[in-house]
Design a protein around this ligand. Structure first.
Ligand code: CTP
Ligand code: ZN
Length: 150
């Protein structure tokens, strides 16, 4: 490594979300509801150039093991991400994400008149079937998930 290269530190404990489509790193944080307000240490690497996959984003969240349910939602924006759970600097678990059947509270319904956009305390819920994402309450479809992050 020369002084012109950027060294991206390994983490001691936590979760590394790797192989994120380039440009989707911040959307990954939005989908997971991570904004640093819990004091966790978060690194986002954008447009990391790798000889294998070209350009990718990487998110590293220290001292937090994200669970499979909260991670599966990432398949909506970047299906090929890999999740690495890090313990004591080693990758202790590596897995992929799977398209969930439904997601709650992470997307907003595009329909202004939907009950989830009213003053009622109703959490959004979308069903996912055959690549179609539709509102549980009004049936409206979401075409581009990144435009409707809660
Ligand atoms: N990583 C990290 N801190 C560690 C260990 C790994 O931040 N203590 C990161 C690596 O930088 C990499 C990811 O976790 O982005 C996966 O690590 P590893 O499995 O060692 O890398 P690869 O074998 O290249 O992963 P893959 O086969 O999934 O591409
Ligand atoms: Zn709706």
């Amino acid at each position: 490594m020369t002084d012109k290269e950027l060294h991206i530190s390994k983490i001691e404990n936590g979760t590394v979300i790797d192989h994120i489509d380039a440009g989707q790193g911040l959307n990954v944080l939005s989908l997971l509801g991570i904004d640093g307000s819990d004091g966790e240490s978060v690194s986002v690497v954008m447009n990391f150039v790798s000889s294998l996959v070209g350009s990718k984003d990487i998110v590293k969240v220290q001292n937090r093991e994200l669970n499979q349910d909260e991670l599966d939602v990432l398949s909506l924006i970047s299906p090929q991400v890999t999740i690495n759970i890090i313990s004591n600097y080693e990758v202790s678990l590596k897995h992929r994400v799977q398209r969930p059947d439904c997601v709650s509270g992470v997307l907003n319904c595009p329909n202004r008149n939907c009950i989830t956009n009213s003053n009622e305390p109703i959490e959004s819920k979308f069903n996912i079937k055959d690549e179609v994402i539709s509102c549980e309450y009004c049936g409206t479809h979401i075409e581009d998930v990144t435009q409707h992050l809660a």
